[in-house]
Design a protein around this ligand. Structure first.
Ligand SMILES: Nc1nc2c(c(=O)[nH]1)N[C@H]1C(S)=C(S)[C@@H](COP(=O)(O)O)O[C@H]1N2
Ligand SMILES: [Mo]
Length: 522
């Protein structure tokens, strides 16, 4: 018998299993589809170092890479199972059952999943097993499975019959069957995925009318944006805003059923609907969000105009107990962040945000409601799709990233970045504008300095900003001479602390070091 055919049968069975699970997941939610559920489990279980490697290798395409990798691995194992099934059907079927069980376990253990989440994997495994049986031992199996080699072949020591020896009619029938089922599986898979997407909340988002803020954002001062080609704009457009989260499918949260619970160690637990939240006095502020995983010189940072309700007002109403020093923000997908209660109540513009740059929050950025806290990295403060604020203590609860090797406390470090020139620019000798951004949210930037080839530090010009909670653009005029040069930047915050030269990795609480750029001047 041919291993090639058996492997094809196995892969087809796997395609059917994964494909039919998708339309079932339209009913039970996209995160119950086996590929996504298992992928999500991997994201939560895989050690941080590996995840970091994946992010640095694939950038923000790490999620696609994970899904493609999972699919390729699945296909390889399915091929093997097909070969095993051709020898002993029971072993093949047991393999399919084991995969089904993995899918079920992954799907029902995802945060917020009910028993119905098992359905896509169960239906998928059932039809996958049926497919495997049909091609290996059932009505679609070509005679070649039971074909035993003629005496002559055996004499040559050839243990197996090869595909080329099969009756061409049998082969055509088999390949037609495989092709038809695999095609149907692909149609079911992509069709189901598309249908699930249509059940998303983009229409509900479009229908949201944002209230006018009681306290509008201050106007962006003229000159805050130097408008240089390679320099990040002062306000980051929503479409270009970095996205970081653990969600393999973007959570679709219906604003009409959304509730926020403020509970735990509070004297007055609060529950709010979306309309009740929108009815409260809104504040609008520019705040620069930054990711702790941002490398020196990296672009996991963006500045937006957020509209929302001050978290302080809600916490004051909830009235936290003494000792409840941590507010745990919890997302619909179970992700958590832990923010110091004192930070949320110290008067800074920490918001439960509903708007971003004049629009309802984009779905990928937390629609309908997220947290935004000036001065803290996103992983300890910026909970997207937030549905709970639970008052507890740092001693009693570790949020998502803490057991994975990150600090419980995540104040943003003072940092600076050179945006122009870039190494590939090859500027011409003479005056060259060196420019970039610097940030020390909620403390403010006092000074930015640039140096060339390790020479003396020169003070750059700071552009005006809206507040201490945003980044600032800086520029410096360089009289460039031909040849290779090294540009470096460092910032000093309003507390008088200057960035250290010492290079440290992003874990556990943010990278340090001076952004260094090598350029060749013509
Ligand atoms: N629900 C949820 N919220 C989350 C995260 C997440 O994984 N899940 N990641 C956080 C991290 S690490 C960062 S840096 C910010 C990024 O927000 P953005 O994607 O809107 O830029 O979201 C935070 N909020
Ligand atoms: Mo982050």
């Amino acid at each position: 018998m041919s291993r090639g055919y058996a492997a094809l049968a196995g892969i087809t069975a796997a395609a059917v299993a994964v494909g039919v699970a998708e339309p079932v997941a339209v009913l039970t939610g996209p995160r119950s589809a086996p590929l996504i559920a298992v992928g999500g489990l991997v994201v939560d279980l895989v050690p941080e170092t590996l995840k970091h490697l994946a992010i640095s290798l694939f950038g923000t395409h790490d999620k696609i890479a994970l899904l493609v990798g999972t699919a390729v691995l699945l296909a390889a194992i399915a091929a093997l199972l097909g070969v095993l099934a051709a020898r002993r059907l029971r072993i093949g079927l047991a393999g399919v059952a084991a995969f089904g069980a993995l899918g079920v376990v992954a799907a029902v253990t995802r945060p917020g999943a009910g028993p119905a989440a098992a359905l896509p994997s169960l239906v998928g495994a059932g039809l996958g097993a049926l497919t495997l049986w049909a091609f290996v031992a059932g009505p679609l199996a070509p005679d070649l499975w039971s074909w035993s080699p003629p005496a002559g072949a055996r004499a040559t020591g050839r243990p197996e019959k090869h595909g080329a020896d099969v009756d061409p009619e049998e082969r055509r029938r088999f390949l037609r069957g495989v092709g038809a089922l695999a095609g149907a599986a692909v149609v079911a898979g992509f069709g189901g995925h598309w249908l699930a997407g249509r059940r998303g909340v983009s229409a509900a988002r479009q229908a949201v009318t944002l209230p006018t803020p009681a306290a509008p954002a201050p106007a962006v001062p003229t000159g805050a944006d130097l408008s240089l080609t390679q320099l990040a704009p002062y306000v980051t457009p929503n479409s270009g805003f970095y996205r970081i989260d653990t969600a393999l499918v973007v959570p679709q949260v219906d604003p009409t059923t959304w509730r926020l619970r403020i509970h735990g160690r509070v004297r007055n637990p609060i529950e709010l609907t979306f309309d009740e939240l929108l009815a409260r006095p809104m504040v609008e502020r520019y705040v620069t969000l930054a990711c702790v995983s941002n490398e020196v010189g990296g672009d996991l940072i963006g500045n937006a105009r957020w509209l929302g309700v001050p978290i302080k007002v809600l916490l004051d109403e909830a009235d936290p107990e003494e000792g409840a020093d941590q507010v745990v923000g919890r997302s619909v997908d179970g992700w958590t962040c832990g923010t110091p209660t004192a930070v949320l109540r110290d008067g800074r513009d920490a918001l439960l945000a509903v708007g971003m740059n004049g629009e309802p929050l984009p779905v990928a950025h937390g629609f309908p409601v997220r947290m935004v806290v000036p001065g803290l990295y996103g992983y300890v403060s910026a909970c997207k799709w937030v549905t709970e604020l639970e008052l507890t203590s740092f001693a009693d609860f570790d949020a998502y990233w803490v057991p994975r090797g990150w600090s419980a406390q995540g104040p943003i470090k003072t940092e600076s970045r050179i945006d122009t020139p870039r190494p590939r620019n090859k500027p011409t000798a003479g005056p060259v504008t060196v420019a970039g951004v610097a940030w020390a949210q909620h403390r403010g930037i006092r000074k930015v300095e640039v140096r060339v080839d390790g020479g003396p530090w020169r003070e750059a010009t700071l552009a005006p900003t809206v507040s201490l909670d945003t980044w600032v653009q800086w520029s410096w005029r360089w009289d460039a001479t031909p040849g290779e040069h090294t540009l470096q930047v460092r910032a000093t915050d309003a507390d008088g602390v200057t960035q250290t030269e010492q290079r440290r990795p992003v874990a556990p609480d943010g990278a340090t070091g001076w952004h260094t750029v090598k350029v060749t001047v013509r």
